[in-house]
Design a protein around this ligand. Structure first.
Ligand code: AR6
Length: 180
């Protein structure tokens, strides 16, 4: 799908293996500590220097985003954002949308051209995938008109089910916009 010349795509895969992307997004915790899921995979591949840098910026609030180097990852940069814990947040959709918006604006402010997101909050933080897909894709689409540098936005979905839900949602939204 293309909006204002920005490509949005969904693939099934591992966020730590996106060779052609300048910045990957980490579904972090407030302390920017390694943890499990995406954060565990990113920190173990990047090496211990990543957490050393993260400590300087922690703690951060839900919906906020900070950027670090990528160290041993194939990507020069990582943006860390904290998604909402679905059962604990009063307005999880608003917070999840903030994550996407803040990550995109931060990457854009660093003149980066490509960014990859995981399905933030849909693992340990318990956000239902169907709802998260709708909120996440719409947040990306709404932010695109504010971007100057970003040309490619990729959702990297780990398992087949999450991938199919995101792919279906992206297709529905695209068709709803009158695109073939
Ligand atoms: N690449 C892409 N997606 C992945 C990968 C991977 N390597 N590994 C898991 N996923 P989660 P959250 C998927 O739990 O819900 C951490 O401990 C996973 O299947 O990583 O935002 C942090 O430190 C799911 O669909 O993130 C926080 O404490 C999605 O990525 C907490 O978990 C998000 O799962 C954050 O929880």
């Amino acid at each position: 799908m293309k909006i204002n010349n920005v490509q949005i795509e969904c693939i099934q895969g591992d966020i730590t293996k996106q060779q052609d992307i300048e910045v990957i997004v980490n579904a972090a915790n407030k302390f920017l500590a390694p943890g499990g899921g995406v954060a565990g995979a990113i920190h173990s591949k990047a090496g211990p220097e990543l957490y050393q840098e993260c400590k300087k910026y922690a703690p951060i609030e839900t919906g906020d985003a900070v950027i670090t180097k990528g160290y041993k990852l194939p990507n020069p940069f990582v943006i860390h954002t904290v998604g909402p814990v679905y059962q604990q947040e009063k307005n999880p959709a608003e917070k999840l949308a903030m994550c996407f918006k803040n990550c995109l604006l931060l990457a854009d402010s660093k003149q980066l051209k490509s960014i990859a997101f995981p399905a933030i909050s849909t693992g340990i933080f318990g956000y239902p995938v169907d709802e998260a897909a709708e909120v996440s894709i719409n947040a990306v689409i709404e932010t695109i008109p504010h971007l100057k540098s970003i040309q490619k936005i990729r959702f990297v979905l780990f398992d087949q089910q999450t991938f199919s839900i995101f792919e279906k949602k992206l297709r529905e939204i695209n068709e709803g916009k009158g695109n073939p």
